[in-house]
Design a protein around this ligand. Structure first.
Ligand SMILES: [Zn+2]
Ligand SMILES: [Zn+2]
Length: 185
């Protein structure tokens, strides 16, 4: 992983954001950018074994001093990924727009502060909250290859995007059958 901008530690493969300059007061605001490679994201591979994420995953954002001992941490990422279409099982691609707005504080974790990020050894971990956010926002019911994907025929299994079949004509929905009887009367 590389990150640059106001903080520059090219070649350093740590997963944390270095806040040394901010804590020393030599600046009030730091821009940052992380480029996560596939190796950096082993956790995603574990959480989503069926999914292929597009790499690198770029996190970019800013940390600023609030003056009351807290730091505002805002960052975002557009995460592209592929998995089989939920209807036809063909290839499908989608994008997650992840935004994280958080506060970081120094000190130790306590009950009141469990939503905060913690400054530890002059660094904060911005990658773990990002992975957690992907888990929260990942589409639970899968994604589609296209909005109007017709899916597979439940009877004969052909891909209705490519071919048609007569199964639907043969198996009339019993509710519709009743309705057409009523209409005839
Ligand atoms: Zn599909
Ligand atoms: Zn069919």
């Amino acid at each position: 992983m590389l990150y640059f901008g106001a903080v520059c530690v090219l070649g350093d493969f740590q997963m944390n954001l270095d806040l040394t300059k901010l804590l020393a007061g030599s600046t009030n605001s730091l821009d940052f950018e992380f480029r996560l490679t596939q190796e950096d994201c082993e956790q995603l591979a574990q959480d989503f074994p069926q999914t292929k994420f597009d790499y690198p995953i770029v996190l970019s954002g800013n940390v600023s001093t609030c003056g009351d001992g807290t730091y505002d941490v805002n960052y975002s990422s557009v995460v592209g990924f592929s998995e089989p279409c939920a209807r036809c099982a063909g290839p499908a691609h989608a994008v997650l727009n992840i935004h994280i707005e958080n506060k970081a504080i120094r000190g130790n974790k306590s009950e009141e502060s469990e939503d905060y990020l913690f400054v530890k050894n002059k660094e904060i971990d911005v990658v773990s909250p990002f992975f957690e956010q992907i888990v929260l926002e990942y589409p639970q019911y899968g994604i589609l290859c296209k909005e109007d994907c017709k899916g597979l025929c439940p009877v004969c299994g052909i891909d209705l995007n490519k071919k048609s079949c007569n199964c639907r004509a043969k198996t009339v929905d019993p509710r519709l059958a009743k309705l057409s009887e009523l209409l005839k009367q």
